[in-house]
Design a protein around this ligand. Structure first.
Ligand code: PMP
Length: 362
């Protein structure tokens, strides 16, 4: 991948990234460490659990009031008014809805390759096309090449920062400059699902550009640092006209569950939980990276809650051995070579992972 400038010439419309994980069996009882979906293993926090339990008692009503409260809290945190915010059952849902709103009549989406494929998959499924742009040799978005890829048919640019599945970041200063200029021509969608794992999230978010009136859409999720993946809640911050048009194709806050809304309200106030998750995540990542180094796996430096590294052997045999040891991971093929992406679990889970890894000889 380091030589992925080569991929620039050869990237197919399907891109160089493929998910080659064996069929999902994370619910199998033998799986002791679930390290395949970049979840946060420490929560939900006590305050979220209590709020969710309390909210069940109000489950006979729609969650409009909680949704309004949560939107106001998010608006205050992000420095905008409530008409800039839209909630969804997970940010994936908002990625998909945005794609549906823009690509039903065709057009293309420009994004990096490799990157998180949800939006590009939806785009292609409804008749749009994807223009993949290889990353730079140091795994950042190639912003000049992305700007150059925009044509009269481009309806959206998608940037995942930090980028999944690599864990790498693109410089905030460069990205701000890029968004400021290119958004005059075409909207830019910034997926910040892993932002809060960075040492300085405030310096890396693009949300300030939305407040400045730029046509930038920023997505965040409660699935990662808040440890609420199963509760399904996320949001976007975007220009009010975009929020209005998205709300016209979906049923506003009707699709949201009172338990998730109440949990998110509690979680936003629980700064200590987020801080602790960030700290534990860093400890586990440092431990894992040291082990990978000792074992001779050249991982990509990560600032997130996952690390990806190339493997030398057959991907399915490798994954099978991890599964036999009670560990699930995600396997990718990048440029036709196999890679393993492992999420940060608890320290005992990371120790289990490295112990099983040490025994793999396939
Ligand atoms: N964006 C990225 C980059 C992700 O990795 C994920 C989770 N895998 C999501 C968005 C979606 O998260 P959710 O739908 O749980 O909010």
């Amino acid at each position: 991948l380091g030589k992925n400038k080569v991929a620039a010439a050869t990237a197919s419309p399907q891109g160089i990234l493929r998910d080659i994980t064996l069929p999902w069996d994370d619910t199998a009882p033998a799986m002791q460490a679930r390290l395949s979906a970049n979840e946060n293993p420490y929560g939900p926090s006590e305050s979220v659990r209590k709020a969710v339990a309390d909210a069940v008692g109000f489950g006979n009503r729609y969650g409009h009031e909680d949704a309004a409260r949560l939107i106001d809290m998010i608006a205050e945190k992000e420095g905008v008014t409530r008409d800039y915010i839209m909630l969804g059952p997970g940010s994936t849902d908002l990625l998909e809805k945005t794609a549906i709103s823009l690509f039903l009549k065709g057009g293309n989406i420009v994004s990096a390759d490799p990157s998180y494929m949800s939006m590009m998959n939806t785009t292609r499924a409804i008749g749009g096309t994807w223009k993949p742009v290889p990353l730079t040799a140091d795994y950042a978005h190639d912003l000049d090449a992305m700007a150059a890829a925009v044509d009269s048919e481009t309806r959206l640019i998608y940037v995942c920062n930090p980028n999944n599945p690599l864990g790498s970041i693109t410089s905030a200063a460069a990205l701000k400059q890029f968004c400021s200029t290119v958004s005059a021509k075409v909207p830019v969608f910034i997926d910040e699902a892993y932002l809060e794992f960075l040492p300085d999230p405030a310096a890396n978010t693009m949300v300030g550009l939305v407040a400045q009136g730029k046509d930038v859409i920023v997505a965040r999720t409660f699935s990662k640092i808040h440890s609420m993946a199963g509760l399904r809640i996320g949001y976007i911050v975007a220009q009010p006209e975009r929020i209005k048009s998205l709300n016209s194709i979906v049923r506003g806050t009707m699709g949201l569950c009172v338990t998730s809304l109440s949990g998110a309200i509690a979680s936003m106030q629980d700064k200590a939980f987020q801080e602790n998750s960030r700290k534990l995540n860093l400890e586990c990542r440092e431990y894992l990276c040291n082990e990978l180094k000792t074992l001779g796996y050249p991982y990509i430096p990560s600032l997130t809650n996952f690390v990806i590294f190339p493997i030398k052997s057959d991907a399915q045999a490798f994954q099978g051995k991890l599964r036999e040891g009670g560990v699930s991971v995600r396997m990718f093929e990048i440029d036709e070579k196999p890679w393993c992406r492992v999420s940060m679990g608890t320290m005992p889970e990371m120790e289990l992972f490295t112990n099983v890894l040490k025994k793999i000889t396939v």
